[in-house]
Every structure is written in structure tokens, then in C-alpha cells.
Design a protein around this ligand. Sequence first.
Ligand SMILES: [Zn+2]
Length: 119
Amino acid sequence: MEGLIGVAIILAYVIGFATLCGSIFEGKGYERGVGNLVGGLLGIFGLLIAVVLPDRIKRKAYEEQARSAAAVQMAMATNIEKIASRPETAGTKICPDCAEAVKLDARICRFCRHEFASA
Ligand SMILES: [Zn+2]
């Protein structure tokens, strides 16, 4: 009888850790089954592994955000460079609203009526 209780307690631990690790793994973007296996086999150590595991979902979102921000920045930089290096745009400024080249002294954009702050 006592042996049976011992087995039941061990089983409960294994299932508990397996379930816990499975949900942590899944929450971080990994296979739930792998988490179940790690938790079931390693118990508390499996749980530790699950806790220190890098978060795949968060990292992916962060990387995507950083990539798109860099792309936008690069596109803007090349665009401004391109416009500024055109010979017909020498002595002009770029309207922030319509991106057309306007004379440096202009106070109002001739394309969209954007008012420039008087310098
Ligand atoms: Zn304009």
C-alpha cells in the first residue's frame, strides 16, 4: 500500500512538472510536447530549463520591429539624399507634408499650402 502511494506521488510530480513545463514551453513559442518531455524526465530541473529558455515569440516580434524601423529609416535617408542631390532641387527645401522641393525662402509650399515655420 505504501509503495503504491509513493508511486502515485511520484506520478503526480511527473505529470505536474510535465504539464507545467509544457505550458511554459508553449507560451514561449516552442512545442508543448517537448516541454512535457523535459518536465516529465527532469522534474524541477526541467522547470528551471523552461524558465531560463529564451522567449521565441517576444524575440521574433522584437526583431521584426527593429528590422522594419531600420528599413523605414534607410528608405527615408536615401530618399532625402536623392532629392537633395538633384540639380533642380539646389537651393530648395523639402516640404514635410508633400515631399516636393520648395524654394528655401518660401513660407508656404506651392504644392500643398503647407506653412513653414519662419526661421
Ligand atoms: Zn507641400
